[in-house]
Design a protein around this ligand. Structure first.
Ligand SMILES: [Zn+2]
Length: 171
């Protein structure tokens, strides 16, 4: 089921999520809804709190943005184990419609998480999928991509976003 994506500054986007204890039918349903919602919005990643569920769950599917093979992941209680290298990339966010900002991230990451079956996994990602992972991991901590900017860059991005929102509201 496609759910509504919360738009910044919704408070759910600025609060850390809670770890999942048990992967039950509710969590499995949440994961299905997250894929449905992400695909309909043509996104490449989604965090559970973006659809109003404060649990540490993210989904990634780079199919819309990447050549083969796409990276498709369900990550529950994900952690960054190691990050290497720096890369700057202009990111978008489904919770900030119309805004894109350049953010510095690790180029390669090693992460640990549970998969949808509750099995612990360790995964290495590089390039675009690594960026998507770090963006979604921030969401789960209540951090958005504008929080990665400092000083005037952050102020400029928020000003621009306010303008975009006003235009959208005007129709
Ligand atoms: Zn986002």
């Amino acid at each position: 089921m496609v759910r509504e994506i919360l738009i910044y500054p919704h408070e759910m986007l600025t609060k850390p999520t809670q770890e999942v204890d048990v992967i039950d039918n509710e969590v499995r349903g949440l994961i299905r809804d997250m894929f449905d919602t992400m695909r309909e919005a043509e996104g490449v990643g989604l965090a559970a709190n973006q659809i109003g569920v404060p649990l540490s769950v993210m989904v990634i599917d780079t199919t819309p943005k990447e050549e083969v093979p796409p990276v498709k992941l369900v990550l529950i209680n994900p952690k960054l184990v190691k990050g290497e290298g720096k890369v700057k990339f202009k990111e978008g966010c489904l919770s900030f419609p119309g805004l894109s900002v350049e953010v510095e991230r690790f180029e390669r990451v090693k992460l640990s998480a549970l998969n949808e079956h509750g099995e612990p996994v360790e995964i290495e990602l590089e390039g675009f999928p690594a960026i998507v992972f770090q963006h979604e991991l921030d969401h789960l901590k209540g951090i958005t991509f504008v929080d990665r900017l400092k000083g005037w860059r952050r102020r400029m991005a928020l000003e621009k976003y306010k303008k975009i929102l006003r235009e959208v509201q005007k129709g």
